[in-house]
Design a protein around this ligand. Sequence first.
Ligand code: MG
Length: 164
Amino acid sequence: MSLAPQHPRVGLGWDRHAVAAGRPCTLAGIPLQCSVGPVGHSDGDVLLHALTDALLGAAGLDDLGTLFPNDDPQWSGAASSDFVVHAMKLLQQENLRPLSADLVVICEQPRIGQHRAQMRNRLAELLELPLDRVNLKGKSTEGGSEAAASAIEVQAVVLLGALG
Ligand code: MG
């Protein structure tokens, strides 16, 4: 069986970082005012980590941890938007591009709703997509998950198609 290159490919990304008081909180490349922020070797942008893994996964490429090891000093404090930009270049080499993306952020803090429009805009920019092809929502678990109170978790799904 052969698959034509224009057939779409779906990718799934997931990540979760613990949060700590006083850490900067950058999500989707947007610095947010928040009393807690994700712990991480890079800037801890858990949202862009999940997104990068979804992009790489859909393209059949190595994952984020393999490409950007978290024990490599080169990536200490790195802007996670650089990971997305790098993944987009790899996709281009494979003659692929994103067609759409949808993400869920699960946490108690920060409240995603008030930042959603800004984060969505930045994601659309990074993915080189119109706004209506990128979506994002925040879910607090209303006390139903201890993990959501002590961490930020993100699930990302992307669809890729052929470039041009
Ligand atoms: Mg991560």
